[in-house]
Design a protein around this ligand. Structure first.
Ligand code: 3PG
Length: 420
């Protein structure tokens, strides 16, 4: 037991059916149907291997999102193939989550076998927008289709999805109400390391926030600024564009259209309020980049032309951010500075990432795109700590008790079903 949660050391799994929630949500190339990174899949291999080696019938539950926040979900089929390769044993897969086909398949599993179910978010009650609107209690989550259909087939629940520990959804918080529950090895490592390391960051403490996961970024920014955790927040990507818009600065019509089309308009107002209160500690880009005829173009923010879409921070901003990172003692990073996947728009992210590698400060990175960028620039060994969680890490940093942590503490008290 660590931090009030049982670990796999406390579990006896031989011959038992174990529902194991993993976070193998990876950037997907929807055109080729392949995964752009497999780091999260690699990270949960030790738990799955241990369960299988110890003779459990392992049923994996996972979600797979999309590039467009919370809108399009994608099958977990490619993940099963990757897992099979990494584990060097067959990982079965079924295009069902908790219907009769999935349940039949679970019943036929033999000791040591592994089955990955399809994307849990194909089930309506598991969806993030649903979660946010309905706010089901953990007891109510135990009444959902997913939990009522699958829990009776299982003996234990293991959560190895620290990266999704901020989500209050049935696959993450419902099973702990009815099954004895444990954290997997990855969850244990991440939760315990981050708990210990993050309680008192060395200062100055700088947050680098970019990317396109706007709701997460805004949620934590307010708290870390208000509580004085962050001495400085360096903004990039869509986060920066929203702030610039809030201050009436030009970002190009294409960027503005994207913000409005993605229903992020409400964040413009929130950015205004945040800036009014904490503007001294929020750094915004002073120049932006866009691409024309496959060539990178840049200009200081006041002169950004109207007919462009900003895709990166400019050289001057990148230099300023580099200096801030080099003088920091702790740096939290979530999200790239721009469209780093393409050569003309990668400069800002590349520079910032190089600064993270060069700084003497302790660097903590989280989030799928941040990890992809780290891999792209071959800087994995130069970072202090790479957490598989983006939103979860950030939510944790706000001091909030993560819903999954609360549920696992509850699940530590639940006893095993006597008969099935
Ligand atoms: C993540 O990528 O942060 C986790 O997998 C959770 O995904 P979500 O933000 O789509 O819930």
């Amino acid at each position: 037991m660590r931090f009030g949660i049982k670990t796999l050391d406390d579990a006896s799994v031989q011959g038992k059916t174990v529902l194991c929630r993993v976070d193998i949500n990876q950037p997907v190339d929807r055109v080729s149907g392949t995964l752009k990174s497999i780091n999260r899949i690699q990270a949960c291999v030790p738990t799955i291997r241990e369960l299988s080696d110890k003779g459990a019938k392992v049923v994996l539950l996972a979600h797979q999102g999309s590039d467009i926040e919370y809108k399009n979900y994608y099958t977990t089929k490619p993940h099963a193939a990757v897992l099979s390769r990494l584990l060097e044993r067959e990982v079965r897969w079924i295009d069902d989550v908790c219907g009769p086909a999935a349940r039949d398949r679970i019943r036929t599993l033999k000791d040591g076998q592994i089955l990955l179910l399809d994307n849990v978010r194909f089930v309506a009650e598991e969806q993030t927008l649903f979660e946010m609107k309905l706010r089901l209690s953990h007891e109510q989550q135990a009444q959902t289709q997913l939990v009522t259909k699958l829990a009776p087939l299982a003996d234990l629940y293991v959560c190895d999805a620290f990266a999704a520990a901020h989500r209050d959804q049935p696959s993450l918080c419902g099973f702990e109400q009815v099954l004895p529950s444990y954290m997997g090895r990855l969850f244990e490592k991440e939760f315990c390391t981050v708990s210990q390391v993050m309680e008192a960051p060395d200062r100055p403490c700088v947050f680098v926030l970019g990317g396109a996961k706007i709701s997460d970024a805004f949620l934590m920014m307010n708290t870390v600024l208000a509580r004085g955790v962050a001495d400085q927040v360096l903004t990039g990507g869509l986060v920066a564009n929203i702030f610039l818009t809030a201050l009436g600065r030009p970002i190009g019509q294409g960027s503005l259209d994207f913000i409005l089309k993605s229903n992020y308009g409400e964040y413009i107002e929130r950015a205004k309020e945040l800036y009014a209160q904490f503007g001294r500690r929020i750094c915004l880009p002073e120049d932006l980049a866009w691409v024309k005829d496959n060539q990178r173009c840049e200009s200081p923010v006041p002169q950004v032309p109207d007919d462009i879409t900003a895709v990166d921070i400019g050289h001057r901003t990148a230099e300023r951010y580099r200096e801030a990172i080099l003088s920091a003692k702790t740096v939290f990073v979530n999200g790239p500075m721009g469209v780093f996947e393409q050569e003309p728009s990668e400069y800002g992210t590349r520079q910032v990432w190089q600064a993270l590698a060069d700084t003497q400060g302790f660097t903590v990175l989280g989030g799928g795109d941040s990890i992809t960028a780290t891999e792209k620039y071959k800087l994995t060994d130069k970072m202090g700590y790479i957490c598989t969680g983006g939103g979860a890490l950030i939510r944790f940093l706000t001091g909030e008790e993560l819903p999954v942590v609360r549920a696992l503490r509850h699940g530590a008290e639940v006893s095993e079903p006597k008969m099935r």
